[in-house]
Design a protein around this ligand. Structure first.
Ligand code: TXE
Length: 480
């Protein structure tokens, strides 16, 4: 069985413990590879390597850093099919989605930051005729990048690309549920000529390897994407050490549909925003609010389209929904469907675990599920389910829609459907979320800020926000 290895100081290594964890293919429910069960000894080695590599990498001319990173992006493109297949097998997502979204976005992220550093500028402030101030931005040091399982290579690249481009060296930890594409990526780093120690990848459990990264005094900044509970733990560890922190956490995003919307577009896109990647995207709109005059019509069309979605083998091109990432996660999502029923919810379609016939009979599949009849305060509408489950609720006024949208502790993203421009501006201003999409969903311009309010996180990624996170700002004042 294939053994994944840590990538430390440019070499591939077994974990110090010599222990491995099982890695499951969730579409068949079987172990197919082994993951290093790394601990603080491996993290110490990785931080040492990153510390040694920092002086040379951080002072390498931007053009040379850019060339190496662009080579890496080219290699990802070259290996698109191989990486997409690996992502699908590791995560359970449809291979067509990985080929269309995950892998191309990973190379796009790297290319974006590799070229962004060629176009930077700094501020200068002239204080009357007395002094001149100029501001420098220097890489902060060794960065810890901890990423989740839902968009494995995509979100890993979203963190390491700005860190490496900024001149930091990195200790990265992909999720223990989906380590494969980061492992394949580490091989591409060698091929691209990334100097040893610049990027180190330690595989293993969050509470062990991840926690050791958060605790290590040699790590100056932590960029994390994952659950809110984990984010709190990392903040509790890293904040008293005054580490710089960027936390991209969970969401319970509203999808607000006004009666004057472009109906066909709203329905079709809501299918995507509800069920893409089995609903395992932090930006999915899991609470759908529909203005009452449109409510019945929307529900009917939305249920019909949902029933037409193809659930099953992620390796087949016609599949729309694959497997959930793990048996434990499937259990968690099913328990929320149970909770919804206990809370008085009505299941309009779905609600069941599925065992497809053939190859995937033991996989972790759940039908796309639509629930109505719940109020905004119940657990189903307050807690992040992170699966193919949405609720639909009617509303009567714009003020009510805003109140419903803002009724959770989260504030990551929101979607709004209306043809009324003034209303679009008003509602966008009033909804408390870091990202607002009007008449679209997941439309991303990599230059724009990305991140959440309230319990959805601290800080922003994307564009200059991401680069600046990995840079330390210094002002130099010279008296004239
Ligand atoms: O995430 P975790 P999990 C949400 C979603 C999901 C829940 C839990 O609701 O059901 O989070 O998922 C590492 N110190 N999202 O358990 O645990 C871990 O190894 C340092 C939302 O997979 O937060 C992994 O690499 N690191 C989300 C990463 O943190 C630790 C995407 C994320 O794992 C650690 C995924 C610790 N103490 C899940 N504990 C989004 N918003 O995109 C764990 N880790």
């Amino acid at each position: 069985m294939e053994k994944i290895l840590n990538y430390i100081d440019g070499a591939f290594e077994a974990p110090c413990s010599d222990q491995y964890l099982d890695n499951y293919d969730p579409s068949i429910g079987k172990v197919y590879s082994l993951i290093p069960d790394s601990d603080e000894r491996d993290v110490n080695k990785a931080v040492d390597a990153a510390t040694r590599a920092f002086p040379a990498w951080s002072t390498l001319p931007a053009q040379e850093r850019s060339n190496i990173l662009q080579k890496l992006a080219d290699l990802i493109d070259r290996d698109l099919d191989k990486l997409a297949l690996a992502e699908s097998v590791d995560n359970g997502k449809p291979v067509s989605l990985a080929r269309r979204l995950d892998i191309p976005r990973a190379s796009a992220n790297i290319r974006f930051f590799a070229t962004a550093i060629l176009h930077t500028s700094t501020e200068t402030h002239i204080t009357d005729a007395e002094a001149i101030n100029y501001t420098t931005h220097a890489p902060i040091g060794v960065a810890g990048c901890i990423s989740p399982w839902n968009l494995p290579l995509y979100l890993f690249s979203w963190k390491i690309a700005p860190a490496l481009a900024a001149g930091c060296t990195v200790v990265g930890k992909p999720s223990e549920l989906t380590p494969m594409t980061a492992f394949l990526f580490s091989k591409l780093c060698v091929e691209a000529g990334l100097p040893k120690g610049v990027l180190n990848i330690v595989h293993g459990l969050g509470a062990k390897a991840g926690q050791a990264i958060a605790e290590h005094p040699g790590v100056a900044a932590i960029s994390f994407t994952g659950g809110t509970v984990t984010g709190k733990k990392i903040a509790a560890t890293a904040a008293p050490m005054f580490k710089k922190l960027s936390l991209e956490l969970g969401g319970k995003n509203p999808n607000i549909i006004f009666a004057d919307c472009d109906f066909e577009n709203a329905v079709a896109t809501s299918i995507q925003s509800s069920f893409a990647n089995q609903g395992e995207i932090c930006l999915c709109g899991s609470r759908i609010f529909v203005e009452r005059p449109l409510y019945e019509k929307f529900v009917e069309a939305f249920v019909k389209k949902t029933k037409a979605l193809v659930l099953g083998d992620p390796l087949l091109n016609e599949t729309n929904l694959g497997a959930l990432v793990s048996a434990a996660h499937k259990q968690k999502v099913m328990s929320y469907i149970q909770t919804a029923k206990q809370e008085g919810g009505k299941i309009l379609t779905g609600g069941n675990a599925v065992n497809p016939t053939g190859r995937c009979a033991e996989g972790y599949f759940i039908e796309p599920t639509i629930i109505t009849g719940l109020n905004e305060h119940c657990r189903t509408n307050q807690e992040e389910i992170f699966g193919p489950v949405v609720t639909i609720m009617p509303f009567d006024t714009e003020a009510e829609a805003i109140a419903l949208a803002n009724s959770t502790p989260y504030g990551l993203s929101a979607t709004l459907w209306t043809e009324n421009l003034k209303r679009a501006h008003r509602v966008s201003a009033a909804v408390k979320s870091g990202i607002l999409w009007v008449n679209c969903w997941l439309f991303r311009d990599l230059r724009t800020p990305f991140g959440g309010m309230k319990q959805s996180g601290v800080g922003r990624e994307g564009g200059w926000h991401a680069l600046k996170f990995f840079l330390e700002v210094k002002n130099i004042c010279i008296k004239l």
